[in-house]
Design a protein around this ligand. Structure first.
Ligand SMILES: *Cc1c(COP(=O)(O)O)cnc(C)c1O
Length: 429
C-alpha cells in the first residue's frame, strides 16, 4: 500500500465527510494542492474545478494577493479574543460590508460559519421583538425549497422534506412554511404567487418574528431561480404585517448572481442580512450578520440590554484580513462584466445538454449553471465519470450544477461544459 492508499484507508475508517456515511463506498479523492481553477489529486491528475468549493473560492485557489493578506496578518497576530478588544481588520471589514450592502444595514456581527450567522439573525429578530414588547414573536416563516444551514435553528427553517424534519421532529421549533415562489427569474409575479405568504403573515403574524429567505436563488434546496418581483412584494408584505425580513445571502452574496447582493435585483433592503461562503474568497471560515441601526439600538436598549451571542473565534483576524483583500480584489475588477462573460459561456457550453433525453431543464443565472435531470443522478456512477473527464463537479438529487471561480477563462469554461455534456451523454445510455 502506498502513502495515498494508506491515507484513503484511514479516511474511510475514521473520517466523516459532509452528508455521508462512514462505511459508504463512495469515492473520496485526496487533493494535495490547488492553484487557480485546478485541483491537484494525489495521483498527479488535475481537475478543473466547477464548484469553487461550494460557491466560496471566487478568485481561485492560491491567489497571491489573498495569500499575502494572510501572511501579513500572521506577522501581527493570528487571533485575539473579541470581547472587550477590537482590531484593525475587523473594523475595516465591518466598515466595508456596511458600505457595499444595502444602505440601511449598519451593524455587523461576525461569526464562524453561515449556519451560525443564521442562528444569530434569528436571535436578533426574537430579541428585537422582545425589546418592543412582543415576546410572542418567536417563530419564523420560510420558503419551501429553502436552505439555511445545518444547526438546529437554521435547520428548522430549511425545507421540511429535504431537511428531514420528521427525523428531528421533537427537537425542532415549529415554523411556518410558505409555498416556494414559482420557478423562473423572468417569470412575472402574480397575486396568486403571493397568496401563501400573505395568508400566513395575516393569520400568524403575531407569532412570527421574521421571514427568512434566500433572495432570488434558492441554492442547496434545489438550485431554483425566482422572480425579483416576488422578493419585492415579500418585502412589502413583511412591512404590512410587522414581520422582519432576513435575507440569507450566504450563497448569493459577492457577485454570484450578477449583482453584488441578490437583494439588489429587487432593489430592496432586508432588516437583517447574512453573508458567508465567498466572504473570505474561500480561504477561511467566516460569516457575518448585518442589521439596521433601529434593530441594534432596540436590542441594546431593551431587556437584557445586550445581544445574547458571542463566539470564541469571533472576527478572527486572519479571516477578516483575507475577507477584506477578497472584497477589494473583487471590487477593483469589472466584476459585473466578468459575471456576464461567465454567464454567456455557461449558456453556450451547456445549451447542447438541452438536447439530451435525460435532461429536464438547463438554466443559467449569473455565474450559476444548472442542468436539472429528469431523475436523481447516481453519484456513485457519475462523479467518477466527471473525474475521468478531468473536472470536479458534485451533483445532488437531480441537479448537476456549475459555479466556477470567477477567474475561470472562457476556454476552461468550454472544457468544463463540454466535459459535462459528454459525461451526461454517456451516462444517459
Ligand atoms: C451554505 C449555506 C448556509 C450554511 O453555511 P455554512 O457555512 O455551511 O454553515 C446557509 N445558507 C445558505 C443559503 C447557504 O448556501
Amino acid at each position: 500500500m502506498n502513502d495515498t492508499q494508506k491515507m484513503q484507508e484511514l479516511d474511510a475508517r475514521h473520517v466523516w465527510h459532509p452528508y455521508s456515511a462512514t462505511d459508504s463506498n463512495l469515492p473520496v479523492y485526496p487533493v494535495v494542492s490547488a492553484h487557480g481553477v485546478r485541483l491537484k489529486l494525489a495521483d498527479g491528475r488535475e481537475l478543473l474545478d466547477g464548484m469553487a468549493s461550494w460557491w466560496c473560492v471566487i478568485h481561485g485557489y492560491n491567489h497571491p494577493r489573498l495569500n499575502q493578506a494572510i501572511t501579513d496578518q500572521l506577522q501581527d497576530m493570528a487571533h485575539v479574543m473579541f470581547g472587550g478588544l477590537t482590531h484593525p481588520k475587523a473594523v475595516a471589514l465591518a466598515t466595508k460590508l456596511v458600505d457595499i450592502t444595502p444602505a440601511t444595514l449598519q451593524s455587523v456581527f461576525f461569526s464562524d460559519s453561515g449556519s451560525v450567522s443564521v442562528e444569530v439573525a434569528m436571535k436578533m429578530a426574537i430579541q428585537y421583538w422582545h425589546a418592543k414588547g412582543k415576546p410572542h414573536k418567536q417563530h419564523f416563516a420560510s420558503l419551501r425549497h429553502g436552505y439555511h444551514g445545518d444547526t438546529f435553528a437554521a435547520m428548522s427553517v430549511c425545507d421540511p422534506i429535504t431537511g428531514m424534519h420528521s427525523l428531528f421532529a421533537d427537537s425542532l421549533s415549529q415554523q411556518f412554511f410558505i409555498d416556494a415562489p414559482p420557478a423562473g427569474f423572468d417569470r412575472p409575479c402574480s397575486d396568486a404567487d403571493m397568496h401563501s405568504l400573505q395568508q400566513t403573515l395575516q393569520q400568524h403574524g403575531e407569532q412570527i418574528a421574521a421571514l427568512i429567505l434566500e433572495p432570488v436563488v434558492q441554492g442547496a434546496g434545489g438550485m431554483r431561480f425566482y422572480a425579483p418581483d416576488y422578493l419585492r412584494r415579500a418585502r412589502e408584505l413583511c412591512n404590512e404585517y410587522h414581520v422582519l425580513l432576513i435575507a440569507d445571502e450566504i450563497a448569493t452574496g459577492f457577485g454570484r448572481t450578477g449583482k453584488l447582493f441578490a437583494c439588489e435585483h429587487a432593489d430592496i433592503s432586508p432588516d437583517i442580512m447574512c453573508v458567508g461562503k465567498s466572504l473570505t474568497g474561500g480561504y477561511l471560515t467566516l460569516a457575518a450578520t448585518l442589521t439596521t441601526s433601529e434593530i441594534s439600538h432596540t436590542i441594546s436598549n431593551g431587556d437584557p440590554g445586550i445581544f445574547m451571542h458571542g463566539p470564541t473565534f469571533m472576527a478572527n483576524p486572519l479571516a477578516c484580513a483575507v475577507s477584506l483583500a477578497s472584497i477589494e480584489l473583487l471590487l477593483e475588477t469589472d466584476w459585473q462584466e466578468n459575471i456576464q462573460r461567465i454567464s454567456r459561456a455557461l449558456e453556450q457550453g451547456l445549451a447542447p445538454c438541452r438536447e439530451l433525453d435525460t435532461v429536464q431543464q438547463v438554466r443559467i443565472l449569473g455565474a450559476i449553471g444548472v442542468v436539472e435531470m429528469k431523475q436523481s443522478v447516481d453519484m456513485k456512477r457519475m462523479v467518477p465519470m466527471f473525474v475521468e473527464a478531468g473536472i470536479w463537479i458534485r451533483p445532488f438529487g437531480k441537479l448537476v450544477y456549475l459555479m466556477p471561480p470567477f477567474v475561470m477563462s472562457d476556454k476552461d469554461i468550454d472544457t468544463l461544459t463540454s466535459a459535462v455534456h459528454s459525461v451526461l451523454q454517456i451516462y444517459s445510455h
